[in-house]
Each structure stands twice: as structure tokens, then as C-alpha cells.
Design a protein around this ligand. Structure first.
Ligand code: KG4
Ligand code: ZN
Length: 342
């Protein structure tokens, strides 16, 4: 079964054809990151307009790369939330229109849940029950899967998402958007023990990153001999390259520890068969090596292009929805910016 997956929740216009939920025949991603970099973050209006320009060429390219015509496609899956409303509307309307005009069943994929399915594109496939850490710019979730579509939330961030913390700390350090890859590069020459931070102590499996973000701000203000009213936007010009590298490395270590501490505890308490990490932050090499070191399970990581937003993960979840007979009426599909996991 071949599913076309369409993703436009944030600043990537992406489409992919996936066979039987596990083999990506194409993975076309048109990133707007360079357009947003000058503003230090995603500008919703710019994102929506860019999706409109890119959506049809990206879908056509994904079919071509997969060697498929419309007759070969068994269904269309689209991420209908959570995300930016203007961005979501472009993908959902394109998918609804194509479902009607090409006469294909349509499947609505939750973007956050779909991130986990990137790991189904990797051999060997993870086994259920499955523990999944799904962390991106918009969410930080710990999920439990008893089966492909039987999942529930174990914990979530109470404030900032992990990727958002990377993006905001990068901005303080004068590093370009998106922050994750910039921090990764800067951290290479830094000492990850140069600064230390208090980690949040929360009940259950929830996360918190705002304290760490404020901790970075306070230590940078102290470092340059200013008080806590000194604006974060002016810090970067007063920092040396070495200080930026040390803070990037120390922040990254602590952020990865917050994520790994929870994952390790959930693994010990709940004993899943497999553990996966997913979402943009799962592209972090530091997170990957920390998780592999601390969890007593074999970790198989998805390639980077399946961690950040992509259509293949949407198609992989679409395949499960198709097998379960959960097609949605194209006239009824709605974009939902605050779509929850439950
Ligand atoms: O999943 P994604 O592409 O989009 C959302 O659903 O938000 O994730 C983007 C987030 C950004 O916050 C970005 O800074 C972060 O993932 N990210 C990383 C890395 N690559 C991307 N964070 C840490 N290390 C990375 N290598
Ligand atoms: Zn995402």
C-alpha cells in the first residue's frame, strides 16, 4: 500500500510516498528556515505564503522521485495539527482537494504522534509496547504505545518545548535560527562542565525548560558583570567565542540530561520492549549518545531528515490509519492548531 504524506505544520513544506508504512520511496522537503532566519524565528504569515508557493511543486516532486503516478497512490495522509493555523490550512486544503479530485481516501495525522512513526522507517522496526520521547520546537512529550494506534501521554512539558529552549538560548548567544543545529556546532569546541544549572524536580514524567533558559540568561548577565535587568538581546555582542562555546555545550548537556533522566526512569519503571526518540531535537548528536549510553536497550536512530518535519512520518502514520479503516470525509477535515495527543 502506497500512502502520500503531506506536512505543512510549521516552516517545512514536505511530501513523501511511503510503501507499507516502512519504506520511504521519496522524501521531498522544502525548508523555509533561511527566510525566517533574518527574523530569529518563524513568522506565521511568511510561512503560510511560502507553503502556498511550494505545496504543489513539492507534491509533484515527491511522486516523481517515488516513480509514481496518481494511479499508484492508495491514500493521502495530511498533518492537520498541531501547528500554525495559516500553515496547516495550506496542507489540509491541498490534501482535501486532491482526495476529492483524485478519488483517494484521506487520513488525518496528528503531527506530534506522527514524529514517532519516523522510527518505523528504520530497520529493524521498534517493537510494542514502545516508549517514545517526541521532542521538537513546539512540544516535548513522553508517549506510551501499546500498539500502532493505541497510545497515551505519559508526560509533557509544563512550559517551553525542548527545541524552543534550544532556539531561545541560541538567540541569546547570537547564534542563528534554528537554534538546535547552531548550538550543536558552537558546542563542539566548548566545555560542557563550564556552567552548571539546577534541574527541575517534577512529579510524574513531565518536563520543564523555562528554568534552564532563565538560568542561562542569569549566568550570562553575571559573566559580563551586569545585573539581571540587562537585556538578553544585547548579551551576544559582549560574549567571547569561547564563552559562547562553553555556554552552548553546558546548556546542551543539561537539556539532554533533563530529557534522558525522564526517559531512563520511564524505561526502568514501565519496561517497554523498545525505546525511540523522535522530533527535531532527536537530531541532536549529544542526545543520541547520552540516551545510548544510559538506557540498557539497543537504540536505532532515524536519519536526521526523518527527525525534523517531513512527509514520510505522516505517511507512515497514515498507513496505520488506513489499515484500521480510519479514513475521514474530505469535506469534514479541519486544521486544528491546538490538536492534542489524546
Ligand atoms: O520537529 P521539528 O522540525 O519542528 C517542529 O515540529 O517544531 O523541530 C524543530 C526543532 C527546532 O526547535 C530546532 O532547534 C530543533 O528541533 N533541532 C535541534 C537539532 N536540530 C533541530 N535541537 C537540538 N539539536 C539538534 N541537532
Ligand atoms: Zn515537528
Amino acid at each position: 500500500m502506497k500512502i502520500l504524506g503531506i506536512e505543512t505544520t510549521c516552516d517545512e513544506t514536505a511530501a513523501s510516498v511511503v510503501e507499507d508504512g516502512r519504506k520511504a520511496l521519496s522524501n521531498v522537503i522544502s525548508s523555509q528556515a533561511a527566510k525566517h532566519a533574518q527574523y530569529g524565528g518563524v513568522v506565521p504569515e511568511v510561512a503560510a505564503r511560502s507553503h502556498m508557493e511550494a505545496i504543489i511543486p513539492v507534491i509533484e516532486a515527491s511522486l516523481k522521485e517515488a516513480g509514481c503516478g496518481w494511479d499508484d497512490i492508495d491514500g493521502i495522509a495530511v498533518a492537520n495539527g498541531p501547528g500554525l493555523l495559516g500553515s496547516l490550512l495550506v496542507g489540509t486544503l491541498a490534501a482535501r482537494t486532491l482526495a476529492v479530485t483524485k478519488n483517494k481516501p484521506l487520513y488525518a495525522a496528528n503531527h506530534v504522534v506522527a514524529h514517532t512513526y519516523a522510527n518505523m522507517l528504520v530497520e529493524p522496526q521498534p517493537q510494542y509496547p514502545l516508549l517514545a520521547l517526541s521532542v521538537s520546537g513546539g512540544h516535548s512529550h513522553l508517549l506510551w504505545f501499546d500498539g500502532p494506534l493505541e497510545y497515551h501521554l505519559l508526560g509533557a512539558t509544563r512550559d517551553d518545548a525542548a527545541g524552543e529552549a534550544f532556539d531561545k538560548v541560541a538567540a541569546m548567544l547570537g547564534l542563528p535560527y534554528p537554534g538546535g543545529p547552531s548550538i550543536e556546532r558552537a558546542a563542539e569546541s566548548g566545555n560542557d562542565r563550564a556552567f552548571s544549572f539546577t534541574k527541575p524536580k517534577l512529579d510524574g514524567y513531565d518536563f520543564s525548560f523555562s528554568g534552564l533558559k532563565t538560568g542561562v540568561l542569569r549566568q550570562l548577565q553575571e559573566l559580563i558583570g551586569e545585573d539581571y535587568t540587562y537585556p538578553s538581546s544585547k548579551l551576544a555582542e559582549r560574549l567571547s567565542t569561547g564563552q559562547v562555546a562553553d555556554m552552548a555545550a553546558s546548556f546542551r548537556r543539561t537539556a539532554c540530561e533533563i530529557l534522558t533522566d525522564n526517559l531512563e526512569r520511564a524505561h526502568a519503571e514501565l519496561k517497554p520492549k523498545s525505546v525511540v526518540i523522535a522530533g527535531g531535537v532527536a537530531a541532536s548528536t549529544a542526545l543520541r549518545s547520552m540516551v545510548a549510553e544510559r538506557l540498557p536497550v539497543q537504540m536505532n536512530y532515524a536519519p536526521f531528515e526523518y527527525c525534523t518535519d517531513n512527509g514520510a512520518m505522516i505517511a507512515a502514520l497514515g498507513y496505520e490509519l488506513a489499515k484500521a479503516g480510519r479514513a475521514i470525509d474530505p469535506h469534514e477535515l479541519e486544521a486544528n492548531p491546538s490538536l492534542s495527543v489524546q
